[in-house]
Design a protein around this ligand. Structure first.
Ligand code: ACO
Length: 322
């Protein structure tokens, strides 16, 4: 260890838009059924942002809740890192827009783009700034409005995603906190999961909707999540039985079950929100963490394994001692 400075989660927050879209609602929109969606993914319903809600608005609600839980004011923040794949606009970053809405005028702010692993990448980034001694308090947010990049006529993708935001406040601490993080990427698989559109010459060129090879993503996700679990345990000299809670990215219950099986962890020790939230990409891990912190499942001194995989491909984990 470089020094005795660590970062620790001191507050969590989450926000889900009011409107709920159930699988039965989707039956009226595309050729699908509740049974098909639920059996293959574990999803029952998802939240959808209102027309006038922006990603920075969802992020604002979650951030205020995290700051309240941490008993900190926006002016106490030294850094804002926001993970999103669905920014309000091309630029400024959604982190800057959030900074203005929060009134956190002292803090540098930037976005991280690592799709569904974005929150893991964001936590790792903020942790480095705190551990280096440069900053004391950092806000890390995952916020997404996937409903705007879904083709609502494509049943193979539109049933899988939802909107939401989650946030944590990390503060300097003399004990972990964040024990370790492990990040990976492999851009050779970029085409397997993408939104292949861009802004060019005043127009959108390419198709700005989620496009996915579902079976390929499934196989890749299970493989790299197996590997990241091993890597995290080995790096810290831990046994599988040392993990108290798995807080996975919430893409599909079958992917989550495969990781739990690898850890020989009963599903009671896995925080699951995919049934009610669907896949909220960068928001899914902080939303799940917030839920389990607030309902009292997560207790002091427990080991939490946060992990995720997403487009890029990107994947990673954060080991936390609560
Ligand atoms: N409703 C009804 N039928 C459907 C639907 C739907 N919504 N979507 C596809 N089908 C049909 C297909 O057309 C196909 O029909 P066919 O056999 O006549 O061609 C049939 O159902 C089976 O399709 P498959 O794609 O083989 O179904 P599979 O069992 O692989 O499940 C799924 C698809 C759920 C997408 C699965 O592959 C999966 O979960 N993959 C992981 C993808 C994922 O989680 N992506 C999220 C982003 S990445 C991340 O966050 C990790």
């Amino acid at each position: 260890m470089r020094n005795n400075i660590y970062s620790k989660v001191v507050g969590t927050g989450g926000y889900l838009p009011e409107k709920v879209l159930t699988n039965h609602d989707l039956e009226r929109m595309v050729d699908t059924s509740h049974e098909w969606i639920y059996e293959r993914t574990g999803i029952r319903e998802r939240h959808v942002a209102a027309e006038d809600e922006k990603t920075s608005d969802l992020a604002l609600h979650a951030s205020r809740r995290a700051l309240d839980a941490a008993s900190l004011a926006p002016s106490d923040l030294d850094l804002i890192v926001l993970a999103t794949t669905t920014p309000d606009m091309v630029f400024p970053s959604t982190a800057c827009l959030l900074q203005a809405k929060l009134g956190a005028h002292n803090s540098p702010a930037f976005d991280v783009q690592a799709v569904c692993s974005g929150f893991i990448y964001g936590m790792a980034t903020a942790d480095q700034f705190i551990r280096s001694g440069q900053y004391r308090n950092a806000l890390v947010v995952g916020a997404e409005i996937y409903s705007r990049i879904l083709d609502w006529k494509d049943r193979t993708t539109c049933v899988l995603f939802g909107d939401g935001a989650g946030a944590v406040v990390l503060s300097r601490s003399d004990a972990p906190g964040i024990v370790s993080h492990h990040l990976h990427a492999d851009g050779r698989y970029a085409n397997m999961l993408a939104v292949p559109g861009t802004v060019s010459g005043g127009e959108v060129s390419g198709r700005p909707f989620v496009k996915m090879d579902g079976a390929g993503v499934f196989k890749f996700a299970v493989k790299v999540l197996d590997e990241i679990v091993e890597e995290t345990l080995t790096a810290n000299g831990l046994e599988k039985s040392d993990i108290d809670w798995l807080i996975p990215h919430q893409a599909n219950i079958r992917i989550i079950q495969a990781t739990a099986k690898k850890l020989r962890l009963s599903m009671e020790k896995v925080v699951v929100t995919v049934d009610r939230h669907a896949n909220t990409s960068a928001a899914s891990i902080p939303l799940a963490l917030d839920e389990a912190v607030r309902d009292g499942r997560i207790r002091s001194s427990q080991h939490l394994l946060l992990e995720g995989v997403g487009g890029g491909f990107t994947w990673g984990s954060v080991l936390v001692r609560w």
